[in-house]
Design a protein around this ligand. Structure first.
Ligand SMILES: Nc1nc2c(ncn2[C@@H]2O[C@H](COP(=O)(O)OP(=O)(O)O)[C@@H](O)[C@H]2O)c(=O)[nH]1
Ligand SMILES: [Mg+2]
Length: 458
């Protein structure tokens, strides 16, 4: 049982209008009472749940008044962690926050570990493990779409769907076990009906799994390498998309030598743009390492942006860039459209029929919007809207797939006419795999590793 009271600064480090020190545990209110005096003079112990009081933070040893603060109390069990929580809002600088935290620790609280508030919420049954995991996703969301997916999960959409499948499999198990335990009183469940119930559960699992690719897309974003031979305008494209002179642009071929990475959001997806060294044979030691890194970036990319100089004929290096885009979703940019055109759309579409092709000029800024539209389309192709996504984590996909395999084994046993108690064993395995998502059946190590990825104060 959790007996101690934890404390941490729950807002980001740096300057803010306010910052929050949070305490949670059985002594949270008593501890806060040691270093907070309400302006009204009333004792903290009388403060009702979900109310705020203005007052002062005082040094618990000297009684010296320090900062002004507002204290909010949430009494167990109706709080984030399910325990008594006190939130002290002070001026949002590092010194007021550190000092307030210091007073809390000197008054008997212990420093919270990363994610410990949310871990307590999970251990106290305020949320299941998938909901707790989504808290970190919401905090780290880079786009509105990623936040939508995270909030759906916090609100329990995935939990309820998984619980529904678990419950229906459990009821099948119960029916089978009743008949094996009391063969004289309870008839064996009808095989055909049992099979239908089990298949229905598998359909539900499949409906969750089809959302996983889209979920991963919104949660993690995609990597997009900008590739092409030297001097076609790759770094200029990066700068145009960032609306910032991030990469060095010169007319000297081989200017970009390392992979430069920056993120943008398009269509609700975080896109990591990687500007690379131009693909060419070179004797320059540094540049050739850059070219190797460019090839590695191409291999790692989910999407490619191939930049060509449309005022010149295709060179072997251009062909190499186009070839590397085979089999990867790609946008081809016919850049330098301000100059007399040499390449046409048709030249490219015969070589790379699957690519989206955009004409643009980084000098006149023509076509930048078209590049964004094309990139968003290529990235979102075939994906669902964020509001339809229920699964977004590899851990959950793994558990759902294990459950699905176990259900398939059960179906196989039912078809083949082998004994019913084997079916029940397979379904138990499926139920246990589903329980990993909610946290019913995970080890302490997994729980610890999940919460250790949180920040302190969350
Ligand atoms: N005329 C013209 N010049 C461009 C355009 N885009 C880039 N450049 C020039 O081409 C040169 C190489 O550009 P840069 O972005 O460094 O190409 P990178 O080597 O592929 O990264 C620079 O002198 C740019 O100013 C364009 O659309 N039109
Ligand atoms: Mg460059």
């Amino acid at each position: 049982m959790i007996a101690d009271t934890i404390a941490a600064i729950s807002t980001a480090v740096g300057e803010g209008a306010i910052g929050v020190v949070r305490l949670s545990g059985p002594d949270a209110i008593a501890i806060a009472g040691c270093f907070f005096r309400a302006a009204s003079g009333r004792n903290m112990q009388t403060q009702e749940s979900h109310t705020a009081r203005f007052g002062r933070v005082v040094d618990p040893h000297t009684g010296d008044e320090t900062d002004q603060a507002v204290v909010t109390v949430f009494r167990a069990p109706h709080s984030y962690t399910g325990e008594d929580i006190v939130e002290i809002s002070t001026h949002g600088g590092p010194v007021p926050l550190q000092r307030t935290l210091g007073f809390a620790l000197r008054s008997g609280a212990r420093p919270a570990e990363p994610g410990e508030f949310t871990k307590r919420a999970f251990l106290n049954g305020r949320m299941d493990l998938s909901q707790a995991e989504a808290v970190i996703d919401a905090i780290r969301a880079l786009t509105d779409a990623a936040l939508t997916v995270a909030v759906r999960q916090i609100e329990g959409v995935l939990s309820r769907r998984v619980a529904g499948v678990r419950d229906s499999l459990m009821s099948v198990i119960t029916d089978i076990e009743a008949s094996t335990d009391f063969p004289d009183d309870v008839p064996e469940p009808n095989r055909r009906e049992t099979l239908l119930r089990v298949q229905h559960a598998r359909d539900d699992i499949d409906r969750l799994l089809v959302t996983a690719d889209s979920g991963r897309l919104y949660r993690e974003g995609v990597a997009c390498a900008i590739i092409g031979r030297p001097n076609v305008g790759k770094s200029s494209v990066l700068n145009a998309l960032l609306r910032d002179a991030r990469a060095i642009v010169t007319d000297v071929p081989g200017t970009t030598r390392d992979v430069l990475e920056e993120s943008i959001a398009l269509g609700g997806v975080a896109i990591r743009l990687m500007d690379t060294a131009g693909l060419r044979e070179t004797t320059d030691k540094v540049e050739s390492i850059g070219v190797q890194r460019a090839r590695d970036a191409i291999a790692a990319a989910d999407v490619l942006m191939v930049v060509l100089d449309a005022s010149q004929p295709l060179s072997p290096e251009d062909e190499e860039a186009l070839d590397s885009a085979r089999g990867t979703p790609a946008v081809v940019i016919l850049n330098k459209s301000d100059l007399p055109a040499f390449l046409t759309l048709a030249d490219i579409s015969v070589r790379l029929p699957s690519a989206r092709i955009v004409t643009a000029s980084m000098v006149t800024e023509e076509g930048i919007g078209d590049i964004e539209t094309a990139l968003a389309e290529v990235v979102l192709q075939g994906h669902m809207a964020p509001a339809d996504v229920t699964v977004c984590r590899a851990r959950h996909v793994h558990s759902l797939e294990s459950a699905r395999n176990a259900v398939l084994c059960a179906e196989d046993t039912l078809y083949s006419g082998r004994p019913m108690d084997l079916v029940s064993g397979d379904l138990q395995a499926a139920v246990s795999a589903l329980g990993e998502i909610s946290g019913h059946t995970v080890s302490d190590e997994i729980i610890d590793s999940i919460f250790s990825r949180f920040c302190v104060g969350k």
